[in-house]
Write a protein that binds this ligand. Structure first.
Ligand code: ATP
Ligand code: MG
Length: 891
């Protein structure tokens, strides 16, 4: 082996190697998944699903087609987070080096190049005798290529489709679509790592000695019904090599944690905590270093800690690291100070780390402070509990559980702290309490379901048993005949209801859409022989029974009656807003990028509301662009199509689904054709979403679309509101009317309004200036005229006083200055019916005069209050004469 390669050099070599084989190097996609099948990006191929499915092999901002791509992709896998730090193979953040072919080269080249890169002296120069491979049992082709390169057949294991097929077990279990065998490459780390053999691996499939480093996937089949594997018209290559695993091999160290990426972090932790690193025993050192890296990267990509979705997972990982810092003795935030070490190691390859460094640190510090506060409260409680126990005692499991449940205080910390005092923790008791609590939670949620939408569960169960779910015909029609299966009033089953009564009506068939998927329930009317009523809302129970809230307007309605159910006109307006929501989402993803995700939505006849993930406010320009794109789509009058398909198939076609939302096996996919061109990039647009809602038949029916607001909802989540059809035209009309009224008031046209407002603002400023000048003149005139001035000797001071008119604060002070200049008095008093000012000269103050005190007396006499410094005081009063009348008392 040549000189040891750094992790950065290994990444660089891999990418250069494939560049030399005609691959285009692309940057890593964000850790935020490019499609909603996962929260985080989990594999190098994930950003290229469209190309693997036969889409154009073009990339934004890059000219021409590229059928060979190579990347280093940052991947986040949190499947077995509890084991991170404890095992040697798995990291929560790792880099997957990959080379991809979209219908270009295939298996032969993929295998030969992998071998060349791994073994050639010019590249990784691994010892050939230490390399092993696995292949799919029927893949003789792969066997042939490997052995032709000199791989000993005894180094090759054939595995079933559960191990060496992508997706696993696809031939037997599906899903239909692209799939294929794979071939994994292993490196023998030697007998010091484990005494098992390659032969054993066939059975154990777990080994500390044989480490999987690279997986080559050959998607060559199109799986069809019955497990038929037809040849794909275009064959792809998808490979993934674990960078950190390669680094541990090429740097010849025991595991990830001794490589150049992790070691500096671990060393710093040792230094700061004063606790030496002892390899696998030092779980806390390892967890901190590992989690710090993934949290830093996920934060760099804009995900913020929160209580749901991606943010929740991030918070969990970060808190795990904080806990381990606590176990090492840290009582103050410390993790954020380690961020620069991650930036140092990975910042050249991932410049976002450098750009976001200070923001990452501040978010991390805030989380640390908060969590440490929680921990502190728990410790106080725990100290109290431990103070009544002595060495050798056991802390009650229920108490430990309460600490966990109410204080969020982790069990391992409780154990650790109790241990220091020689006290054990009853862990079995903890488990029992934990299970009991879960039972209680489950029972409570069952109880909560007893009464649903005001109907007693038994009534609903009975209807469900006898008639099954309500037949919904509302996708195709807004009117249907039906029979009344049940009438429920305040939770009880009724045989008949009459005028002015309100009931929940269950029908055999209904055209009414029930509230769901963000769309409001329908309203309308139900009529029967001899009567009718209004339906104000429609809801659906988990059994699929539709409940129509009906107010009887005329006649009586009996169980078993035949009725005609008619959905009201608001449905159409709702559909406009629903289809527009789909178009809006697609347009936003086109313009703002695919990190925009639906976080909630509300579709009503009057407006649509769409909550989405995004970290900054939209610019006016972006809003305009989104609006234009949606309106163009509407004007081009495209068809809205529906299809039913199994969920996996729907996902494979790239349909958008909300993560965490539950769908049945067969789903409805609503797609809107696109082809609308975005000016700048020539992109076409289309929409495909899993959706059970009702929609317009063609986009043209939406009419008009206007965005009325975009605001911040929570960290990283924004809310946009928009209007369609008549609601939009009404809104536009109102805006015009408002503008018209404003223009009318200012005697101008709407187009000239902004200039006119500016002009008026200018005039106001000028007028204020003139008024100020006039007041100053007025003050000067009143003083210089001499009239009304009164100069007298009071308390040994020369006191000048003057009553003025029409002046308040600023001008009064000016008048006081002028009066002092004109009379050379020791103290001056100027009063108007709005205010009062008293000034004393420096000399007078030195001799004991005090303007603040004087004004107190004068203001009181005038029914006001005032105060100030010895040399200058001011008061608001209403009666100048009263104030001046009290002058003698003030000295
Ligand atoms: P394993 O069976 O070892 O868990 P895998 O089969 O799940 O790995 P792939 O999905 O085939 O892994 O990913 C391709 C390569 O990425 C693997 O060969 C491995 O080198 C690397 N890799 C996968 N998961 C991790 C992880 N959690 N941490 C570090 N490297 C990983
Ligand atoms: Mg694998």
């Amino acid at each position: 082996m040549t000189a040891k390669l750094s992790t950065n050099e290994i990444r660089q070599k891999y990418l250069s190697f494939f560049e030399s084989k005609g691959h285009l190097r692309l940057p890593s996609h964000s850790t935020v998944a490019p499609d909603p099948t996962t929260l985080f990006t989990v594999a190098g191929m994930q950003p290229f699903k469209p190309q693997f499915l036969g889409g154009a092999a073009t990339f934004p901002g890059i000219e021409g087609e590229h059928r060979r791509i190579t990347t280093a992709q940052k991947c986040v896998r949190l499947g077995d987070i509890e084991n991170v730090g404890r095992t040697r193979r798995h990291l929560s953040l790792f880099e997957m080096l990959g080379n991809f072919s979209f219908g270009d080269y295939f298996k032969k080249e993929a295998i030969e190049w992998a071998w060349e890169l791994l073994t050639s002296e010019a590249w990784f120069a691994l010892d050939k005798s230490k390399l092993y491979v696995t292949i799919y049992k029927d893949d003789d082709e792969a066997f042939g290529y490997w052995t032709a390169l000199g791989v000993d057949p005894s180094h090759i294991i054939r595995f079933d489709a559960d191990e060496n097929f992508w997706p696993a077990d696809a031939p037997a279990k599906g899903p239909n679509g692209p799939c294929g065998p794979c071939s994994e490459i292993y490196y023998d780390r030697g007998p010091e790592f484990g005494d098992d053999t390659w032969e054993d691996y066939k059975e154990t499939r777990e080994s500390a000695r044989f480490l999987e480093i690279w997986n080559l996937v050959f998607p060559q089949f199109d799986r069809q019904d019955g497990g038929v594997l037809a040849d794909l018209p275009f064959k792809n290559i998808d490979t993934g090599m674990g960078l950190e695993r390669m680094a541990s091999i090429l740097q010849d160290v025991f595991d990830f944690y001794s490589t150049d990426t992790f070691r500096p972090i671990i060393d710093r932790v040792s230094e700061l905590s004063g606790k030496a690193y002892e390899g696998e025993k030092s779980v806390s050192h390892r967890v901190i270093a590992e989690h710090l890296r993934s949290v830093t990267m996920v934060l760099a990509d804009g995900t913020l800690p929160s209580n749901t979705g991606r943010g929740y997972v991030l918070r969990k990982v970060l808190r795990r690291a904080i806990r381990h810092a606590y176990l090492l003795g840290f009582r103050e935030p410390v993790l954020y100070t380690l961020v620069p070490l991650v930036v140092q190691a990975m910042g050249d390859a991932y410049p976002e780390l450098k750009q976001e460094e200070s923001r990452i640190q501040s978010v991390m510090k805030t989380e640390e402070v908060r969590f440490l506060q929680t921990v502190a409260a728990g410790i106080e409680r725990l100290d109290h509990l431990l103070s009544v126990l002595s060495e050798g005692d056991t802390l009650n499991g229920q108490e430990a559980f309460t600490l966990y449940d109410t204080y969020g205080f982790p069990l391992d910390l409780t154990i650790e702290i109790a241990e220091e005092k020689g006290i054990k923790v009853d862990q079995e008791g903890f488990e029992v309490a934990f299970k009991e609590q879960q039972e209680r939670a489950r029972a409570a949620s069952k109880m909560g379901k007893q009464e649903l939408f005001g109907a007693v569960a038994e009534v609903l169960d009975e209807v469900a048993r006898e008639h099954g779910a309500t037949e919904f015909v509302g996708y195709d029609t807004t009117e249907s005949h039906a029979s009344v299966l049940a009438l429920i009033v305040e939770g009880e089953s009724y045989k008949i209801i009459t005028v002015n009564q309100t009931a929940q009506v269950i029908l055999s068939t209904t055209p009414f859409y029930a509230e769901g998927g963000g769309q409001v329930g329908d309203s309308g009317m139900i009529e029967w022989d001899g009567g009718w009523g209004m339906v104000t809302s429609t809801q659906k129970t988990p059994q699929g029974i539709f409940l129509h809230t009906l107010e009887v307007k005329e006649g009586s309605l009996e169980e078993g009656a035949q009725v005609r159910a008619v959905v009201g006109p608001r449905r159409k307006a709702t559909e406009r807003h629903h289809t527009a929501t789909h178009l809006l989402q697609a347009a936003m993803r086109t313009i703002l990028g695919s990190t925009v995700r639906q976080a909630g939505s509300l579709v009503t006849p009057d407006r649509l509301r769409f909550d989405y993930t995004h970290n900054e406010a939209l610019s006016t320009e972006e809003i305009r662009e989104i609006e234009v794109l949606v309106n163009r789509w509407i004007q081009s009058d495209f068809a809205v199509n529906y299809a039913y398909m199994p969920i996996d198939e729907a996902r494979a076609t790239g349909a958008m689904a909300l993560f965490g939302e539950k769908y049945g096996d067969v789903v409805r996919v609503v797609s809107v054709e696109g082809g609308v061109i975005r000016d700048i990039t020539n992109e076409t647009i289309s929409s495909k979403e899993l959706c059970g809602g009702t929609h317009v038949k063609r986009t043209g029916e939406i009419g008009t679309f206007v965005i009325v607001s975009d605001e911040n909802l929570a960290a990283g989540v924004r809310r946009i509101e928009a209007l369609c059809g008549e609601a939009a035209s009404q809104y536009i009309r109102q805006q015009f009317d408002l503008l018209g009224r404003a223009a009318g008031l200012l005697n101008t046209s709407t187009t000239a309004l902004p200039e006119r407002v500016q002009q008026v603002q200018g005039q106001i400023k000028e007028l204020n200036q003139t008024i100020d000048n006039l007041k100053r003149d007025l003050a000067r005139a009143q003083v210089s005229g001499g009239a009304g001035q009164n100069v007298q000797e009071l308390g040994g001071f020369k006191v000048a006083s003057l009553k003025v008119v029409g002046l308040e604060s600023g001008a009064l002070r000016g008048a006081a200055d002028s009066l002092m200049d004109a009379t050379q008095a020791d103290v001056v008093v100027v009063a108007s019916d709005a205010g009062l000012v008293v000034k004393a000269s420096k000399d007078a103050v030195a001799k004991g005069a005090n303007a603040g005190k004087i004004i107190g007396v004068l203001a009181q006499a005038a029914g006001g209050r005032g105060g100030g410094r010895p040399d200058m005081a001011q008061a608001g009063i209403k009666d100048a004469d009263a104030a001046l009348g009290a002058l003698e008392q003030a000295f």
